[in-house]
Design a protein around this ligand. Sequence first.
Ligand code: SF4
Ligand code: FES
Length: 244
Amino acid sequence: MTDTFLLDGEAVPFAPGQTVVQAALAAGRYIPHLCYHPEFRPHGSCKVCTVKANGRNATGCTLPAQAGLEVESETEELRALRKTLVQMLFAEGNHFCPSCEQSGNCVLQALGYDLGVMTAGFRHFFPDRPVDASHPDILLDANRCILCELCMRASREVDGKDVFAFSGRGIDKRLIVNAPSGRLADTNAALGDKAMDVCPVGAIIRKRVGFAVPIGERRYDKSPISEQALADAPRPSEHNGGGA
Ligand code: SF4
Ligand code: FES
């Protein structure tokens, strides 16, 4: 007999070791998420996947699935919370979607559309952040960084390089690179690194390929992120702790 937990009143089966988000996705149920990436251990930084588990808020991407757990996700309260979190991310960075090469492929933008974000909802911080175009093949625009740590984890765990790190705290927290000059060109970052593949927004951009796929024909132009995440999710027969 397969163990299940309840998600908005419906039984969701799970495999040992799966989190609530992973099991939900595998069962065809979408819980919005941003910093979670199926190839990396969840670390729960963005809180967009917040659900209510047995009456208490928890991040669904880190919450282990357990038999008998009662999880709420699609409630007005949680939808409003997620919307506010996304609005805060827009307000505390400089996200000029119409001029961003990642428009249409950006997870933050796609979530904004999916959650009905029409304005930032908060006064914009307009932080002064650098654009590093020093590397011949890669552009780093810290204005769009949402501090999800995916590039750091990919660089460390897959590329074995430690190109990226964070510096500072709170509103001053920012992405830095591992070179005394502070320039990406002076690191050992390379175009083929996994770290150049994982950025969910437009902070790490490959040069000279920006508009190879025209805006309007991109990933999230075709269908909402909620549909795409489910289409990409592993099905129960593929249970391996993955998700989308
Ligand atoms: S550069 Fe991209 S992948 Fe790295 S922390 Fe910022 S948003 Fe995340
Ligand atoms: S997706 Fe769960 S905390 Fe970011």
